[in-house]
Design a protein around this ligand. Structure first.
Ligand code: TRP
Ligand code: SF4
Length: 419
């Protein structure tokens, strides 16, 4: 069972995609100019509506990337992956919105305000050290973002208990705040499209697969809260109004061929132009005109001793703020895909696809050539785990040293940070 609050057992990504209609990322990989290594390596395995982002990149249209971090513990390599994804999307031309989910950390994890602030700072310093740029960027704490909170309130007027129960498994004993957290996250995801942030635009949300329930709900709500809805038809778009027939009248002034029916209007021409014109009209009429958010899904990071990585088990992860020597030691203790004896390993080779060390190389530390070399040497039995780990331990130690120096010295004064 996967919910945003628990991930158990081995994750079957294929099933997850089938069950919830997540598309395989491989189907759009060729369309992306210079895809990120995590995309090429299948670590980012799925998406929803990523075509919109690819289109916007190619056409030079405005778009955004947004994701969030719960400051309930030290940032670790699982978080680094999302940070790398945000930084990459920003470098591709997206506006970046970085959320420190302090409200969630307080009410789901029970942290004090002071603690969420303390951890929050480390997340901000981390993503800046990893390359986030101050231009086209906003970093904020949920508790300080009025747009997010107002949207959350507004969106809850469109949400009822049965729906939340269906998506999250809530029950009558669930507290109101726990039910409200998904509204806040929907506010996080949709607020980059508000007028004060430049209006409706494609927004991509890079996340782990456990966050998909939030995205499904947010996409539904994005549609539900808007005046007009769209359905592509032969030669154009069928437009309906969710807020009463009188709005359909207004469409008749648009500069397109159209045909009015009972309950909908068919508009003929380039569907993208039509939708844009109708969305602009909706803004004039005081609506939101949200575009349903796109998303990408990356695989979970395995805990160093197997199982899942969890911030409540320090031995299961390397924090970005662990002492470099400590990080190196954790690598040496990591579970590998090696055999029981050296003799066996020489004969049969290791299994990189079941190895935490290889996973770390794949997710964070190797270029394509190095990665292929490690795989080949591992599978042929030339490389033994002790040596392989020692090499990675050295790399991790150096990385942590450099990263922590950078994180300490980054200049945050150029950043727009809502605290
Ligand atoms: N719920 C996310 C987590 O547990 C954090 C988060 C908050 C988030 N707001 C978001 C993620 C918006 C993506 C988009 O990690
Ligand atoms: Fe993993 Fe390296 Fe051992 Fe292969 S040799 S199983 S990649 S630690």
């Amino acid at each position: 069972m996967i919910t945003p609050w628990e991930v158990e057992g081995v994750v079957d990504y294929e099933r997850l995609m089938k069950e919830f209609g997540i598309r395989p990322f491989s189907e759009i990989l060729d369309k992306i100019p210079n895809p990120h290594p995590l995309m090429r390596r299948g670590v980012i395995f799925g998406h929803r509506d990523y075509e919109r982002i690819v289109d916007a990149i190619k056409k030079g249209d405005e778009w955004a990337v947004m994701s969030g971090f719960m400051p309930s513990g030290l940032p670790h390599f699982g978080h680094k992956m999302t940070m790398d994804e945000i930084v990459w999307h920003q470098s591709m031309g997206g506006k970046a919105f970085v959320c420190i989910a302090d409200v969630e950390a307080r009410f789901v994890r029970g942290l004090s305000v002071e603690k969420t602030r303390e951890f929050g700072k480390l997340y901000i310093r981390s993503i800046v050290a990893l390359g986030l740029k101050p231009d086209n960027c906003m970093i904020y704490y949920q508790s300080s973002n009025r747009y997010v909170k107002d949207l959350a309130i507004e969106l809850s007027s469109e949400t009822n208990f049965s729906e939340l129960r269906a998506v999250y498994g809530f029950n009558p004993e669930t507290s109101l705040i726990k039910m409200f957290i998904p509204m806040i996250q929907a506010g996080d995801i949709l607020h980059p499209q508000l007028k004060d942030f430049g209006g409706f635009k494609p927004v991509v949300v890079p996340v782990g697969a456990d966050q998909d329930p939030h995205l499904r709900l947010t996409r539904d709500l994005a549609n539900r809260i808007c005046i007009f809805s769209f359905e592509r038809i032969e030669g154009g778009v069928r437009v309906r109004s969710r807020k009463g027939e009188s709005y359909l009248e207004k469409l008749k002034d648009l500069d397109f061929d159209l045909k009015a029916y009972e309950g909908h209007i068919d508009i003929f021409g380039d569907p993208e132009k039509i939708e844009k014109a109708v969305r602009n009209l909706e803004i004039e009429l005081g609506g939101y005109a949200f575009i349903p958010p796109s998303s990408t899904y990356h695989k979970f990071t395995t805990g160093l001793r197997g199982g899942k990585m969890s911030s409540s088990k320090p031995e299961s992860y390397i924090s970005l703020f662990d002492k470099p020597e400590e990080g190196a030691k954790k690598v040496m203790r990591a579970l590998t895909g090696g055999r029981a004896t050296v003799e066996e390993q020489r004969r049969l080779g290791g299994i990189p696809d079941r190895c935490v060390v290889f996973e770390l190389y794949t997710y964070h530390f190797a270029d394509d050539k190095t990665l292929e070399e490690i795989r080949a040497n591992c599978e042929s039995g030339n490389l033994l785990c002790g040596q392989c780990k020692k090499q990675l331990a050295e790399i991790v130690k150096e990385f942590l040293k450099e990263f922590q120096d950078k994180a300490k010295s980054v200049d945050l004064s150029e950043f727009y940070i809502l605290k």
